[in-house]
Design a protein around this ligand. Sequence first.
Ligand code: NAP
Ligand code: GCO
Length: 263
Amino acid sequence: MDMFSLNGKIALVTGASYGIGFAIAKALHKAGATIVFNDINQDLVDKGIKSYEEEGIKAFGYVCDVTDENAVTSLIAKIEEEVGIVDILVNNAGIIKRIPMIEMSAEDFRKVIDVDLNAPFIMAKAVIPSMIKKGHGKIINICSMMSELGRETVSAYAAAKGGLKMLTKNIASEYGEYNIQCNGIGPGYIATPQTAPLRERGEDGSRHPFDSFILSKTPAGRWGEADDLGGPAVFLASDASNFVNGHILYVDGGILAYIGKQP
Ligand code: NAP
Ligand code: GCO
């Protein structure tokens, strides 16, 4: 089982003060990795460090807006100086804006593309040179059901996550010869702050219509938990996946395989 060990490896998980990023970082640490994370402001980073400490994890936290290329270049230089070369990058930071497309401003569209697609490009560009020098690297991009499917109000997010799927395949194609594997994880519907609005209960305790919809579309009959993504992340971060490249691993309880429970 040593092939799943991350002992001696440094993992950088973006936007990992809480949510999916935090859960993935916990799992990578359990497999032996040193955890480095960033978030968009010091308050979140401080809260994140405390949350990791409560899990018995000494994590290295940095403030960095992943859309700011200069800030990212400085971040990677600082991490390399203070912690070491990044062996595993998890591009997790992301936002969503649920607005009907024809009502969405171009500015809002661009903001989602910036965080969910441009930033993974910026982050990968920043870590790949040192991975090449080191002779190995793992990049895991957090994609989505919306890398494959569309739905009302998420046009920018789907465009970004569809693009992120192809960026994943292109990084795999361009840098595979340097023993760098770039893969994606496509979570289904996961119970995090990002999807909280879709799970809000009515005053009478009734389920949000979208909540009921997702339960009918998921063979597992439940929303995913962020911890459901930990094992797949360890696999893609470890030597166990050294010949897996350009693959999007959907961790969705079966949504993409299922037509949906008949009414
Ligand atoms: P979340 O709860 O909203 O957490 C996202 C994290 O990213 C937050 O810590 C956020 O900080 C941070 N972030 C946002 N913009 C950033 C920036 N410019 N620079 C640095 N950090 C930034 O989301 P989540 O549900 O954990 O999702 C994490 C990833 O999984 C996202 O890429 C999302 O698209 C993807 N995903 C989520 C689901 C789901 O069902 N939840 C399913 C599929 C894919 P702030 O708190 O300051 O915004
Ligand atoms: C939405 C949800 C989804 C999830 C996730 C599904 O509004 O449909 O937010 O987009 O976040 O991406 O995989």
